[in-house]
Design a protein around this ligand. Structure first.
Ligand SMILES: Cc1cc2nc3c(=O)[nH]c(=O)nc-3n(C[C@H](O)[C@H](O)[C@H](O)COP(=O)(O)O)c2cc1C
Length: 83
């Protein structure tokens, strides 16, 4: 349905604000799309509230025991991205 698609896309405005706020507050965040929407809807009983999952974002403070936090990020250089 066109309206469902439009409302789902609007959640990305909130997601952008969430990610910016987390970055500002030094809280880690991980947005995700590759999940089973219907299972989220069922587990959280969203349908009976007229709601539908569109995107997931986990947030939290990283553990001191998380060794991967010190691993360098794998990122393409600005030159290779925008050349
Ligand atoms: C809207 C959105 C959806 C995303 N969905 C996925 C996803 O389904 N699977 C995934 O591996 N990363 C996804 N990402 C990227 C992850 O949030 C994360 O950036 C990525 O796993 C790399 O981690 P890093 O940024 O710490 O290097 C998504 C990012 C955004 C903005």
């Amino acid at each position: 349905m066109e309206k469902d698609k439009w409302t789902s896309n609007q959640t990305y405005i909130a997601l952008g604000n969430l990610l910016n706020a987390c970055a500002e507050l030094k809280i880690d965040a991980c947005p995700m799309e590759g999940f089973e929407r219907e299972k989220y809807n069922d587990i959280l009983a969203l349908k009976k509230q007229g709601l539908n999952t569109s995107v997931v974002a986990t947030i939290g403070y990283r553990s001191d025991n998380d060794t991967s936090q010190h691993t360098p990020k794998v990122r393409k250089s600005i030159k290779s991205l925008f050349a």
